[in-house]
Design a protein around this ligand. Structure first.
Ligand code: FES
Length: 85
């Protein structure tokens, strides 16, 4: 399964990991790196910022490694929910 990252709005992206879909913020909380260019690890369900490589858990939003900053807002959604955004 190859993860796909799609812009949803100016502020949000959709990360598709097979049947699991996660909406999260478009910008990294560290220094606004563009997470649509991030690297997703589908097995660990993480996304890594392309700028300074903070890694976040896509299930909880918690930062796992990288420079000091907060976590991500994340919502696990289904196809129907995505359609309404
Ligand atoms: S902007 Fe994302 S880690 Fe710095």
């Amino acid at each position: 399964m190859t993860p796909v990252i799609k812009p949803v709005s100016e502020d949000e992206i959709l990360v598709e990991l097979g049947s699991t879909k996660v909406i999260t913020q478009a910008e990294c909380p560290h220094r606004k790196g563009k997470l649509r260019f991030g690297m997703v690890n589908p097995r660990r369900m993480t996304i890594t910022c392309p700028l300074h490589h903070s890694t976040f858990d896509l299930r909880t939003g918690r930062k796992l490694s990288g420079p000091a900053c907060g976590g991500l807002r994340v919502s696990i959604v289904d196809d129907e929910t995505v359609g309404y955004r």
